[in-house]
Design a protein around this ligand. Sequence first.
Ligand code: FAD
Ligand code: MLT
Ligand code: ZN
Length: 484
Amino acid sequence: TAEWYRTETRGDYARLSEADIEHFKTILPENGLVTDVEDIEMFNTDWMRKFRGQTQLVLKPTSAEQVSKILSYCNDKKLAVVPQGGNTGLVGGSVPLYDEIILSLSNMNKVRSFDNVSGILVADAGVILEAADMYLAEQGFMFPLDLGAKGSCHIGGNVATNAGGLRLLRYGSLHGSVLGLEVVLANGKVVNMLSKLRKDNTGYDLKQLFIGSEGTLGVITAVSILCPQRPAAKNVAYLAVESYEKVQQAFIAAKKDLGEILSAFELMDGRSQGWVQQHCDLTRPVDTESPFFILIETAGSNKEHDDAKLEAFLEDVMEQEIVCDGVVASDETQFQNLWAWRERITEVIGKEGGVYKYDISIPLPQLYNIVDDLRAVFESKDMISKTDASKPVVDVIGYGHVGDGNLHLNIMTREYSERISQVLEPWIYEWVSKVHGSISAEHGLGLIKKHFIQYSKDEDNVYLMKQLKNAYDPNHILNPYKYI
Ligand code: FAD
Ligand code: MLT
Ligand code: ZN
């Protein structure tokens, strides 16, 4: 078909036959196969509704043994497979490009064990992130990752994408908190790396390869992860700031004044907040029209202690005129409402037509410059207006995990068009590469960033990655057309 993202021709893979379906019926229970065209639609389409695959079969195993039998068969027959978690990925990696079989982990959703002394959770890959966190909450613990898609994404999907999320600043990357994995290789071999040890220097740390491998090296069937104590006290402050320079000053002050209790430092530009206001039924936290807002969260064990620290921080930043206005949540509802002004941006900015999403790491001093520079490019070409329907670009906005040096640069458009793509690429990638940033901070490469990896990784790195792919999946049946 003529879909813009289908730039590669279909690989030399086998086509699904009736005999294949009959074989899968011998491996899975009846409800483990989805073949109905309407039921398949949600698996074929990604969260943004930007990419649509053409699979005719979704398989839903309930155990690593079943995954093993499926992959071993697919490898022998050269049938291509896309592992799929909650299908919330934002780079087109979770849906097929052509007719690849979808291997959904959604029926592998049991907690296997939890140790309430060490805080180590072992769970199936298909456990939904929010369900894992709720399970842990009952034991006084929390999952060390949180993100806006928590109600749908799987912990296996999180590991496969090395998701960063809203509290990486405090709890670190999954490369640190994941202690072990159970993985099924393309040839069906089940590899048990499900360690529950924090320290283990016996050989190469192979699990790390699968963290962020986006379904290209193996299927993750279980995760062992170190979970922190759930904080007894939490605070959220939503603050208006007049310049990006002051955002950085606020970050310095937050680290100094809040120290170990700082658990999130998020940035939302004024334009992003305007869109949340337009589309959500929420009362604006502060009256000020400001170019920048920051959301600061603290998490600690002693409410009085945390309140005193937050108060001292707020006095500090107000006195120095770093922050011009703000509000602090006083109960759980306000806490959730303030977070909504950050978490709901992704959903609302898609409502005008199309969104071009760039998830980039940039050194902090230059982080927001790219938003202004790109806006100026569109202005110089007379392509941008919120109200004039003849202009293809509606807005250019920036938000993200500023505490981690990660900006989400989003271009809202009336529709996807070649004219816009030509302005954006490679302009954005060159800009990022010049400041030695990353063209994918946390969402991964998937389908859409695959062709631009050279802006962040040199040929030696790419060569080694290809060697690994060939070693782990010599027939390239796992998530073809993606990643490298
Ligand atoms: P899917 O989308 O199903 O798959 C993603 C990739 O992982 C695909 O390549 C797939 O093949 C592979 N995969 C999935 N499961 C497995 C498995 N078990 N074994 C092997 N490969 C597998 N991301 C962030 O990093 N930070 C954020 O803050 C963030 N916020 C988001 C907010 C919203 C509203 C949305 C819609 C998305 C957000 N994302 C964010 C992106 C997305 O949620 C994450 O990438 C998430 O980790 C994907 O998990 P999933 O289960 O939905 O995976
Ligand atoms: C976020 O931080 O909100 C997510 O990564 C999703 C997005 O980029 O919109
Ligand atoms: Zn993010």
